[in-house]
Write a protein of this length. Structure first.
Length: 224
């Protein structure tokens, strides 16, 4: 059973999501929060598998709530999916950086929402490739246009040449199996390389690896 925490300041939105999720035999809504502070409190209490996190809420927004949940060692298994009404949302980009597994637009079709919850519950990142790449590309390009351009930092210096190759392919949205095919490795070896990237780059999820790949210039916008 996948346990979900709903965090949204609109009661009608929560009610709609609850009705949809609770109707599934493999999903249950563990709790509801009306703001970010309550979301953090309930996450610590309930230890849900997934938090569906609205980004704009009173008292504490979804970005800060995401940061607090992802930095809590007792919630290492909890995955956060950010909900937004804006496709290109700077807060969502911040949430991906902070450890969210992905994001969904609030007007998503019900079957797609259910599929997303199951994907994240299975341990996969919800990269919704086109949407997520467009979001990351837009904000990385914006940062590169700023007076202090993004440069390759210390975070890549610990990586082996092979790990850089793997990070580049993760950044392009390839799965472990696809990375194995591309680099002529076994799927287990590819998975091991990705696991090392999580550890060395202090990333919770593939979503953060994609952000790092763009921010360090291993993958550039438009590079497919």
């Amino acid at each position: 059973m996948t346990r979900v925490l709903l965090a949204d300041d609109q009661g009608l939105v929560r009610a709609g999501f609850r009705a949809l999720l609770d109707a599934q035999p493999d999903i249950e809504v563990a709790a509801e929060a009306a703001d970010g502070a309550e979301a953090v409190e309930l996450a610590r209490l309930e230890e849900p598998d997934i938090v569906l996190m609205d980004i704009r809420m009173p008292r504490m927004d979804g970005l800060e709530a995401t940061r607090r949940i992802t930095s809590d060692p007792t919630l290492a298994r909890t995955r956060i999916v950010v909900l937004t009404t804006f496709e290109l949302d700077e807060y969502v980009f911040g949430a991906l950086r902070a450890g969210a597994s992905g994001f969904l637009l609030k007007d998503i079709d019900p079957p797609d929402l259910l599929a997303a919850v199951r994907i994240v519950a299975a341990g996969e990142a919800l990269l919704a490739p086109r949407l997520t790449r467009r979001l990351i590309e837009a904000f990385v390009e914006q940062e590169r246009a700023a007076p202090q351009p993004v440069t390759e930092g210390d975070e890549l210096q610990e990586l082996t040449p092979r790990e850089r190759e793997v990070l580049t392919l993760v950044g392009r949205g390839l799965s472990n199996v696809e990375i194995a095919d591309e680099l002529v490795l076994s799927p287990l070896t590819a998975k091991t390389h990705v696991a090392r990237l999580f550890s060395k780059l202090d990333a919770r999820d593939r979503a953060q690896l994609v952000v790092v790949a763009y921010e360090t210039g291993l993958v550039v916008p438009g590079d497919h």
